[in-house]
Unconditional design. Structure first.
Length: 342
């Protein structure tokens, strides 16, 4: 993938080094004045999803965020220009991060006017969250340079450089979005590093347990221009973990993975309550539409096994595909990704 003369191109290269598409790549976007800062992730079917900063006209300080899906043969799957994730002429979106959502779509994150925004797009090119993106962090001051990774349940974890009033130059903070666009770690995220001098987020990867590992350039020990590299792991609840646990976990609530998954006629999973709480189980399709709800009422602390028969609220079998099961209890929530195979 490359930008040439302000245009965005892509190429598929096999493990042998042989290129598969036309010489010099296929054009991803040839509209507007300039496309830059591309990010690319696999779509799970041999193709890719690509996001970029799209500048046009004469106002170079303002830009849009676009995304396109390329199939395994180099064909464009979505609108000719791509799909706009943010088309409100965002201020200084100098980069865009992208991660797969695990269901053939992706979640993007970008800075705009000092805040961090995110948007989810499904495999068909439908934008699923608020038009022009959801606010991940709108703290005072400036937040920029977001890095994003999957949380393993259809949502994402995002880390960024935070330059709020009172911080020591710039700190590292992180936030988490669930598949439905709910902000899970508070409106300003959680602190990852608040050491002296400035920190610049460099990369983030999933820890394959619902959390992430974040790395950054760190100036706490610098004399003039020297920087070190630091890393930190953050758990699915927004805390630095001290143990490794299976399943989705939030304070007061643990939900085990569904078994079996994929499912054809049904699955089951355990819900562990640390204190008495009412359990609410809701199932959503990939477009965020609720297809099933079970209100189980108050349950004492302990383990409860929940069964899901793969049917909607009317008792009809749900079509094959990906779904999200959101379990809420005592003010905490956990999300499981389920696949129905028909």
């Amino acid at each position: 993938m490359a930008c040439a003369s302000g245009r965005l191109f892509a190429q598929r290269v096999m493990i042998s080094g042989d290129v598969q598409w036309v010489a010099n790549g296929v054009p991803v976007c040839e509209y507007g004045t300039d496309q830059s800062e591309p990010s690319i992730v696999p779509d799970g079917t041999g193709g890719a999803i690509i996001a970029w900063v799209d500048r046009f006209g004469t106002q170079w300080e303002k830009s849009d965020i676009y995304v396109q899906r390329v199939d395994a043969n180099g064909g464009m799957e979505w609108a000719e220009r791509g799909v706009g994730l943010s088309t409100d002429w965002a201020e200084d979106p100098n980069d865009v991060g992208l991660t797969p959502d695990g269901l053939g779509g992706a979640i993007a994150a970008w800075p705009s006017a000092g805040d961090i925004y995110a948007q989810r797009i499904d495999p068909a090119g439908n934008v699923l969250w608020t038009p022009n993106g959801l606010v991940v962090c709108a703290a005072p001051g400036t937040q920029k340079a977001p890095a994003i990774t999957t949380d393993g349940t259809g949502g994402a974890i995002i880390a960024w450089q935070d330059d709020s009033p009172g911080v020591n130059y710039a700190d590292v903070r992180a936030g988490r979005m669930d598949p439905l666009g709910n902000v899970l770690w508070g409106s300003q995220g959680v602190p990852v590093c608040t050491a002296a001098n400035e920190q610049w987020v460099r990369a983030i990867v999933s820890d394959c347990g619902g959390g992430a590992i974040i790395t950054w350039s760190d100036g706490r020990n610098k004399t003039v221009t020297d920087y070190d590299v630091y890393a930190q792991r953050i758990g699915p609840e927004g805390l630095v973990p001290t143990t490794v646990a299976r399943g989705a976990r939030t304070p007061g609530l643990v939900v085990s993975p569904g078994t079996p998954n994929p499912l054809s006629v049904g699955t089951r999973f355990d819900v562990v309550l640390e204190t008495e709480a009412s359990i609410d189980v809701r199932v959503y399709d990939v477009l965020g539409r609720q297809v099933r709800q079970e209100l189980l009422g108050a349950r004492p602390a302990g383990t409860r096994t929940i069964e899901f028969d793969g049917r909607d609220n009317e008792g009809r079998p749900l079509p094959g595909g990906g779904y999200f099961c959101r379990v809420t209890a005592g003010g905490s929530a956990a999300v499981l990704k389920l696949t129905i195979a028909r």
